[in-house]
Design a protein around this ligand. Structure first.
Ligand code: ADP
Length: 573
């Protein structure tokens, strides 16, 4: 064993680890350090290798990358690896059949998942609509929104005892008769706080909106219920998204065209942040590479280290493969599915930091061009790593009949890339969230428990110091404005590179998502940030562009429309 070396963590990262990740004894005293946590994780996955020498070698390799903050698995793995729980997956997709039995079986299944820190996406589309007849009682069904409330209350209660707030997603197809109440559910009932809502949008619906036609709402029981002007539904959907940030859209036909396992059924939705779209009872292990740690100094500037990136990709794919076998899922059905399809969700974080270091504007063609090269490289190497593992350990058991078999690609994993939000792990590794631009030059971050931390973009801080511009007055102005664009005295070349979330037009947010999506077999979790002044028409335009650009889903957020906003300025724009 090499010498103990504590990772170099920020005070905020240490605080988060101490509060929720590091193991505790019965008296709730913390009994490990961050080094111990990373070793526990590395040993769990290294221990899956066959021979003792390989176990040792891979444990050290995994540990090295983790301690250097070069990559990180998602939170459940950090929390549970090497513990009696040993549930390592962050993403789960469940389905609810149209029966009382199934409604409560799925809820029980979800309860077991939430206890272990996973997030669940539920498909509500098979449940009959409000007012439909219940044949056994001759009564009328309470409909999807009533069940959504039951689920939300249950998730709230279960997550109370866990380490995280419960994150849940409810998906309803656009042609479900309850769709209008679904869209408005959270605006009407403010107590629904654990669920995010999504609508599965079909190509047929988009066509009906384009042609200004009527669209048929049909019952899951088979009959059509009524017709509604497609544009009326679309406008309502965009209005609600403008007003509350929800529902998000999920482009279901696209997801099914890319379904790697069509022989296991249809994809109805994804996990809470929607980076993993899969057939019901699928789950996925996530890990994200910290791109910022793949920069190296060059003539006073920076360049991206592609060779190091390649090595990291191969290491993390192996780590994730081992994680599938080390994982203990709370239900036999989940375990069987995971072992048959072996999905992994490799992603990245720190893109915004890398773009700034390379002096490329996030909103520019050059910025997108780098992101595209990076995503294409990630895809190519992840596939190479999965192919190599298939050679060594065999293709995934359900490979026959899969989309990959059709393409003649022998892989160890049915899913490879998923771009997760990295909400906590980017903070732990001290970088920017996944593919998101930085929120603002100076902002406050609320963590679980309501504590507030002030943060300044470290790259901007360095730049301002270099130029001798870092004064208390300037900081105050940055706090207020949330942007450097209108601040006098900052050179234009810096303004071109230091762009923040609200400086970036919705179309440019979407274009960044689109160039990356092209190489991602799974999906991307991204928020299209809009200023408070954005109109409903602008939300509609963003949603429509998301569809036209070939994205699998889209989430918008207009500043100030949610009370539980994680990042905020002192004064919202
Ligand atoms: P982290 O940074 O903590 O690893 P992410 O923000 O990348 O997590 O989220 C990855 C996935 O983890 C989400 O899509 C969701 O499925 C799950 N998840 C995130 N937050 C929660 C939560 N509070 N409770 C349950 N699951 C969660």
């Amino acid at each position: 064993m090499k010498e103990r070396r504590e990772p170099c963590l920020s005070p905020l990262a240490l605080k988060i680890l101490e509060e929720r990740y590091l193991l505790r004894d019965k008296e709730r005293h913390v009994i490990e350090t961050p080094y111990d946590m990373y070793r526990r994780v590395a040993e769990t996955m290294g221990g899956q290798e066959k021979a003792p020498a390989e176990q040792k070698e891979w444990t050290e390799r995994f540990l090295e990358g983790l301690l250097n903050l070069e990559w990180s698995p998602a939170s459940p793995c950090l929390m549970n690896a090497g513990t009696p729980l040993q549930q390592l997956s962050a993403c789960f997709v469940l389905d609810i059949e149209d029966s009382m039995e199934s409604i409560f079986t799925t809820l029980k299944d979800a309860a077991l998942i939430y206890k272990t820190g996973g997030g669940v996406g539920f498909h509500f589309g098979k449940l009959r609509e409000r007012g439909a007849l219940v044949s056994t009682t001759k009564g009328y069904s309470s409909g999807t929104v009533a069940w959504l409330k039951v689920y939300d209350t249950a998730v709230e209660a279960i997550a109370q005892g866990g380490k995280r707030r419960g994150a849940a997603l409810g998906v309803l197809p656009v042609h479900h008769p309850d769709i209008l109440s679904w869209i408005k559910a959270k605006a009407i009932d403010r107590e629904i706080t654990n669920f995010n809502l999504s609508v599965a949008i079909t190509d047929e619906f988009i066509r009906a909106v384009d042609r200004d036609e009527y669209f048929t709402l049909s019952s899951p029981l088979g009959h059509s219920v009524r017709q509604i002007p497609a544009r009326e539904l679309w406008n309502e959907l965009c209005y609600q998204a403008w007003s509350t940030g929800e529902p998000g859209l999920f482009f279901i036909d696209r997801a099914n065209r890319d379904n790697p396992n069509p022989h296991f059924g249809r994809i109805y939705g994804g996990n809470p942040c929607s980076e993993f779209l899969a057939v019901p009872y699928s789950s996925c292990n996530l890990a994200s590479i910290n791109l910022e740690k793949h920069l190296r100094k060059l003539n006073g500037g920076w360049e991206f280290d592609w060779e190091k990136f390649r090595t990291t990709i191969h290491t993390v794919v192996r780590f994730l493969d081992n994680m599938i076998d080390a994982n203990v899922l709370p239900l036999p059905k989940l375990q069987e599915m995971a072992l048959a399809t072996r999905p992994i969700g490799l992603g990245f974080m720190g893109l915004a930091r890398v773009l700034k270091a390379l002096e490329l504007g996030y909103h520019t063609g050059e910025g997108r061009s780098f992101a595209q090269s990076m995503a294409s490289f990630l895809r190519q190497e992840a596939e190479a790593a999965s192919r190599a593992l298939a050679g060594e350990r065999g293709v995934y058991p359900a490979w026959s009949g899969s989309l990959w078999e059709k393409k003649g690609v022998r892989l160890r994993h049915s899913n490879l890339l998923s771009i997760a939000p990295t909400g906590t792990i980017a903070t732990l590794t001290n970088t920017s969230w996944s593919l998101e631009p930085e929120f603002a030059p100076v902002y406050q971050r609320r963590i679980l428990g309501g504590k507030v931390f002030w943060e300044m973009d470290p790259q901007l801080e360095e730049k301002l110091k270099e130029l001798d511009l870092d004064t208390p007055e300037l900081r105050q102005e940055l706090e207020k404005k949330g942007s450097i664009q209108e601040i006098k005295g900052i050179p234009q070349e810096i303004k071109n590179v230091f762009v923040y979330s609200l400086d970036i037009k919705p179309a440019d947010h979407l274009k960044m998502q689109a160039v990356i999506q092209e190489y991602v077999d799974g999906a991307i979790s991204k928020t299209i940030n809009l200023p408070a002044s954005a109109t409903v028409a602008e939300v509609a335009k963003a949603y429509r562009l998301a569809y036209d650009l070939g994205l699998k889903g889209c989430t918008v957020y207009r500043q100030g429309t949610r009370l539980d906003q994680v990042l905020s300025l002192t004064k919202t724009k």
